[in-house]
Design a protein around this ligand. Structure first.
Ligand code: PMV
Length: 317
């Protein structure tokens, strides 16, 4: 066993196809530069997971002994216990978690954390864990966090780059000469992915004809989006993003705050803008020219420019 293991994994943005991917359509997802980091050290008698000022402690029987109320760390602890059980490890650890992206905002923070933790555990205990296994364990935690994830977040944060994603294990790495830079604007509204996913799934069951029409438009849009990315045509990419946003709006996933952000981005010269992730708040993404970020200064309290196609999970020294 090592004395310390550190791993980090990227957040993500869905460029095209959130929600449609839950219904079996392919989506385009890319890794961003904001990362989550897990630092692991061995300890003697208990398990601890800590992030900022919040922590939780479990005893050797896996019972949470601090605090007395539920914490968001339980799915991570369950995942770690499962890894240790599967690989026959009986030991204890301290895990310190840090994520550069806000949670519940569509940037894949929870999957990045679980993937970084799985990788750090593998490193600490010298486990030879394949990337498929890292994804598998992360998805166990994601199921507890989100109910019915498509697996897109666990895949992109483990693999990195830009993926054409069509379900667990069904993806293609989209090789691009140039990955576009994107702007990410946080609306400040946290929302639950599981709630948004159930809402859309219910809607598609109740109004199948309308939903099918939207999926037909989406399927055409997806093909054009792949071409726009391959040819690095940012103007076309932006237009297609705005059309994707309108489809999400038709599904009832926007609100006045999100619409104000999208409108401001377009007014200030973005080629296109859309919700990214589950919708109902979270983040909006946009593409534009190099000047766009300057034109936006002072408009949004939380706005980041990010490279895309960033590297997946990795061990750190
Ligand atoms: O958790 P978010 O906001 O990144 O949403 C994930 C994208 C969805 O398609 C809405 C859900 C899923 O599991 O694919």
């Amino acid at each position: 066993m090592k004395e310390k293991a550190v791993a980090s994994a990227p957040g993500k943005v869905i460029l095209f196809g959130e929600h449609f991917v839950v219904s079996g359509y392919p989506a385009i997802v890319t890794a961003i530069k904001m990362r989550a980091k897990a630092t692991l050290t061995p300890r003697h008698d208990k398990f601890m997971i800590k992030s900022g000022q919040t922590s939780a402690v479990w005893n050797s029987n896996g019972e949470q002994i601090y605090p007395s109320t539920a914490t968001p760390f339980q799915p991570l602890f369950n995942m770690a216990s499962r890894i240790m059980e599967d690989f026959g490890i009986s030991s204890f650890f301290n895990a310190e978690i840090h994520s550069e992206s806000p949670g519940a905002a569509g940037l894949g923070s929870s999957a990045a954390v679980s993937v970084a933790l799985a990788k750090a555990l593998a490193s600490l205990y010298n486990i030879d864990m394949s990337i498929e296994s890292v994804i598998h364990y992360s998805m166990l935690a994601e199921k507890e966090f989100h109910g019915r994830p498509s697996g897109i977040d666990s895949h992109i944060t483990a693999i990195g780059g830009t993926l054409l994603y069509n379900g667990p294990g069904k993806y293609q790495n989209l090789k691009l000469d140039k990955h576009p830079e994107i702007l990410i604007v946080y609306t400040g509204i946290k929302r639950k992915t599981s709630k948004m996913v159930s809402y859309v799934q219910n809607l598609s069951a109740e109004r199948p004809d309308e939903f099918t029409q939207l999926t037909e438009i989406y399927s055409e849009l997806y093909k054009k989006a792949v071409e726009a990315l391959k040819s690095n045509d940012l103007i076309l990419l932006g237009r297609l993003m705005t059309v994707n946003h309108l489809l999400l709006k038709c599904l009832g996933l926007s609100n006045t705050v999100v619409e104000n952000v999208v409108e401001t981005l377009l007014e200030k010269g973005a080629y296109g803008a859309k919700i990214t992730g589950a919708g109902g708040g979270g983040c909006v993404i946009a593409v534009g020219d190099d000047e766009l970020a300057k034109h936006l200064s002072g408009h949004f309290p939380s706005c980041w420019k990010s490279e895309t196609g960033c590297k997946g999970v990795s061990e750190e020294a």
